[in-house]
Design a protein around this ligand. Structure first.
Ligand code: HEC
Ligand code: HEC
Length: 390
């Protein structure tokens, strides 16, 4: 696939890497000057020039992960392009519990690599107060393409500004009014000042750069190594008859919202979970309506990706369904009507839902299993850097 943006992005990375090594060269050069001053007495003639030994190259920060070639072009982020040093810094911050008020909660506490960066808990009670949150933690893969807003209701505009929400939320990381203390903890670390400089130059250790680095790390959480991808790339072992039938059922009933290959249309829909949404216009259960204040949007949520869905239970914005069997049963027979229900689920003379035979439902479940990327949970580039060497 032709990706017009890719070369520009790559050349930026190259520039940054060479800037880093230039720095290293600079340091070597000034050492050489000091050495010359120490030996340089006026009486001594300068020694004859000898070929300088090759300068050992400093270990370069690896480039960030590349986007999958069969995905749509990676959207450009001109004011915060992902670089090797920015990604490495963001990864360390993502796993660093010192960012929280109690020193016990990191982003990864609620976004675990083994679960495609979500948690196996409906409303996670894992923040500094151990109070359950209002919603389930969504998977964080392939968010570089999430162009309709973040959070279940799309209420956050971009990954840069989003990080401030969990950092300052009283029940998540508890740093409301305490960002100075957080920055103090970061600046006191032996490695961070150097890493901020490598990523952002002289501007260094600032709250803005914490946000930028976290965004760079998350924007490079790519997941594209499923059996579905292998099939899409013509590299797959044959599928079972059930998996093939499941693909057809999926194409017929699910793909209009969970559109391959991101398995989301980034749109907002009501898939018939609830009949009423309360009166408080700002309550989380209003869904998208809480953001737009439009009656049409009440009860709608952003379509979640189904990539890795076998490891991201429980399901829906509030984690109400523990298994994929229950989810499929919901689409077949569990749906309830409300004004914003997606019209595609309405049927003449029958309650809303999707008609499907038992065999088709079983096949659909086999197909959903094909969307798991087994490499994601083990990818060392995304792992906790405090536990493994980078
Ligand atoms: C205590 C648990 C918890 C912690 C800690 C936490 N999150 Fe989350 N995260 C959630 C929940 C719950 C949501 C869903 C919120 C919503 O949609 O209203 C979420 C949503 C998100 C989303 C939106 C994803 C999407 O698809 O819309 C991103 C991005 C995110 N978190 C990043 C972070 C980062 C970065 C940190 C650390 C600075 C962090 N989270 C810390 C629980 C947590
Ligand atoms: C009209 C759009 C639409 C269609 C069609 C649709 N879905 Fe969904 N799906 C959604 C939305 C929106 C959500 C999130 C709803 C919420 O949490 O309130 C969702 C959630 C899910 C989830 C939960 C994922 C998670 O991470 O929590 C699964 C699984 C799922 N759908 C599977 C399917 C399957 C299988 C089909 C076909 C039988 C299907 N969907 C058809 C819009 C749709």
């Amino acid at each position: 696939m032709i990706r017009p943006e890719a070369p520009r992005r790559r050349s930026f990375v190259v520039l940054l890497v060479s800037a880093t090594s230039a720095c290293v060269l600079g340091a070597c050069a000034s050492e050489a000057i000091v050495a010359a001053r120490e030996t340089g007495g006026a009486a001594e003639p300068p020694p004859p020039p000898v070929a300088a030994p090759p300068i050992p190259s400093a270990p370069a920060t690896p480039a960030p992960p590349e986007p999958p070639a069969h995905f749509p072009p990676l959207p450009e982020v001109p004011d915060n392009p992902t670089t090797g040093p920015g990604f490495a810094l963001g990864r360390r911050l993502f796993y660093d519990a010192r960012l929280s008020r109690t020193g016990t909660v990191s982003c990864a506490t609620c976004h675990e690599q083994a679960h495609a960066f979500t948690v196996p808990e409906a409303l996670p009670a894992r923040g500094v107060t151990q109070e359950p949150l209002a919603r389930h933690a969504p998977s964080l893969v392939n968010l570089a393409w999430a162009d309709s807003g973040l959070f279940w209701d799309g209420g956050s505009k971009n990954l840069e500004s989003l990080a401030l929400a969990p950092l300052t939320h009283v029940d998540e990381m508890g740093r409301e009014g305490e960002l100075d203390a957080m920055m103090g903890a970061i600046a006191a670390d032996a490695a961070y000042p150097r890493m901020f400089e490598a990523a952002f130059g002289a501007e260094g250790v600032t709250v803005g750069n914490v946000m930028r680095a976290l965004a760079q790390f998350q924007r490079a959480l790519f997941s594209a190594g499923s059996r579905w991808d292998a099939w899409r790339l013509g590299q797959s072992a044959p599928w079972s008859a059930d998996e093939e039938l499941g693909r057809d059922v999926f194409a017929r009933d699910c793909a209009r919202c969970h559109t391959p290959g991101l398995f989301t249309d980034a749109g907002f829909h009501n898939n018939g979970l609830d009949a009423s949404f309360g009166d408080d216009p700002e309550a989380p259960r209003r869904g998208r309506g809480r953001v737009t204040f439009s009656a049409d949007d009440v009860g709608k949520y952003r379509t979640p990706t189904l990539r890795n869905v076998a490891v991201t239970a429980p399901y829906m914005h509030d984690g109400r369904f523990a298994t994929l069997e229950t989810v499929v049963a919901h689409y077949r027979t569990g749906m309830v009507d409300s004004p914003s229900l997606d019209p595609g689920f309405r049927r003449e003379g029958a309650p809303p839902g999707i008609a499907m035979s038992d065999a088709e439902a079983r096949a659909l479940l086999s197909f959903l299993d094909l969307l798991t990327d087994p490499a994601l949970g083990l990818d060392p580039r995304y792992a906790n850097p405090f536990l493994v060497s980078p």
